[in-house]
Design a protein around this ligand. Sequence first.
Ligand SMILES: O=C(O)CCC(=O)C(=O)O
Ligand SMILES: [Fe+2]
Length: 317
Amino acid sequence: MTSRHDIPIIDFSLFETKKVTCAQQIKEASVSIGFLYLRNHGIDQSDIDNIFVVSQEYFSLPTETKLEHRIKRDNFGYSALHQETLDPETQNTGDFKEAFNFGKFVGGNCSQELPATLAQHKDFLAKFSRICHNLCLKILEAFAIALEIPETEGGKGWFTERHLYELESGDILRVLHYPAVKSIDHDDMRAGSHSDYGSLTLLFQKDVGGLEVLSGDDQWISAPVIPGCVLVNIGDLLEYWSGGLFRSTKHRVVFRHDNLLLDRYSVAYFCHAADDVSLEPIPSRLVVGRMEVNSSDGRVLTAGQHLRNRLDASYKY
Ligand SMILES: O=C(O)CCC(=O)C(=O)O
Ligand SMILES: [Fe+2]
């Protein structure tokens, strides 16, 4: 049994043999803490190792070179040190991190022009983006199964058909680098407290910890690096869409005395519903009755509008 303090580790190979049991486990974690680790997730370790190699090569470029592809309102490109402030209400300075956001690679081409260092890895990046998205689709299928969406409404394909890779959406593959520092001001943060914006996020961590998750009773708990596991979390879109059944949990990345001298790298895949999907109630008996929360002002947002609102609140472009 897990408590609201634990981030459960779920063996995803069970999804091949005992779909409903595995789907239930994933739903339980998504409802209780909004975070879970997946073991046996099907992504080759060599691909995960390689994305970190590409990321480190990119971040070692001079800042001026990276700034040539600075992030814009489309949410693609390079976000410099201190540019993003994930928790503007409490942070005096922006996050102590830099990142690069890739849009989807439909037809093998990236949604944006890539810097030369990354362009040479375009085929691998396109493959990795797809691999991550495919895992997200399987998790979304598990949600539909656990929510018992009736066959007449689309059954286990209800979420997946709203998240197809070919559709325009806010999906982002993101590489992150948190530089080592010699000392810190006490309120410096690697990434301020925030929740993610989309349906769900995959997070790959490597070697250096520091990620913390706000548990049900307002305690920050550690989400350590667990070799062989990918961390999955629910985003705001799914919390909103499920009338609060699924939890989009706040998390942050802190400096700790044992890690501030170390560079930290992570990779995230943010999976979103297609921009024009209207966020009508999910046709599930577990969600019906919660949705008056969302429809109280009579307007139904689309996934694209929901994302725009969230992005505008946290970036200085
Ligand atoms: O780097 C990490 O471990 C977390 C990053 C994160 O939460 C984000 O980019 O949304
Ligand atoms: Fe996040």
